[in-house]
Design a binder for this molecule. Sequence first.
Ligand code: SF4
Length: 375
Amino acid sequence: MSSYRPYQHIERRKSRQIMVGNVPVGGDAPITVQTMTNTLTTDIEGTIAQIKRAEKAGVDIVRVSCPDEESTAALKYIVAGVNVPIVADIHFHYKRGIEAAQAGAACLRINPGNIGSPERVREVIKAARDHNCSMRIGVNAGSLERHLLEKYGEPNPEALVESALEHAAILQDNDFHEFKISVKASDVFMAVAAYTQLAEVCDHPLHIGITEAGSKRAGTVKSSIGLGNLLWAGIGDTMRVSLSAEPEEEVLVGWDILKSLGIRHRGIKIISCPSCARQGYNVIETVQTLEDRLAHIETPLTLSIIGCVVNGPGEALMTDLGVTGGGNGKHMVYAAGKTDHVVDGVGMVDHIVGLVEAKVAVIEAEKAAAKLAAE
Ligand code: SF4
């Protein structure tokens, strides 16, 4: 990924590209954001509704557990009812993998070493091939194979990588290469070290994540440290933030991590100050309200909401639209870094929402015109 500001440059690891349904993963494809449903898969309506909420938040790929035959039967209806590709999470039973591929799953999360005989592995691979289904090898520090635990004494990065490569070898021996790999651990050091080592020894796309990261706040911090480190080092082709929170929350955090590193942009990126006694208006309340009211916008746009002139003009220089608090309830609005007009504190939020929506409409119209001209 390049930038005209060299200090923002991230050199992305070169990986092969696979497809998860119609979404490319790896190579030069955008780094995708995933989540996983927590409804019963047999609750078709509830699962579709949850996936729709994640879609609204910007998810690219969603994983759904398939622990039994009823779930793979339900999967068919879920796949038909949503717009994003579905990864079927299979643990041990190879038949669930075959059924999920037949039901329209775009990818199977399955560890071939766990499903028994080579014949069963071949059957799952055949089903995946027949139905254009890719796979994810998902190694987890909490469920490492016994022989690796005996060899290494405890879960560690080397054991995670060795496990991943053993599963990968099974697929490769069957001439199946459409897979990505994850080596997750709840310990950030272990996860980052494992992904870093794996990135050096293979070119498969990597699905990155810190597993069981925790509650919304603690898990967000932990994931941001772990995933932030990896992405900054150019490692990771698709990601999931695992939180003990609703899937759409995971998606929003995923996007915020990508936005923070300038890797991908979606929706409004608000730059705001923490506020202090100098603030000309209530910054915290304003930002919270704006975040909610602008959540529906997908077009990337930057907005600075700054309490006073100490940092307001400087931040406005770097954003598409900006507001800086002034005295007597009058605040300065900036457009493309330049002072534009004064806004009254009363009704300011409505005014900013209107400005953002108007700017988004202009950007979208320009995009449409450029697309038309190119055709
Ligand atoms: S920009 Fe102004 S209001 Fe905001 S934290 Fe800094 S000094 Fe305080």
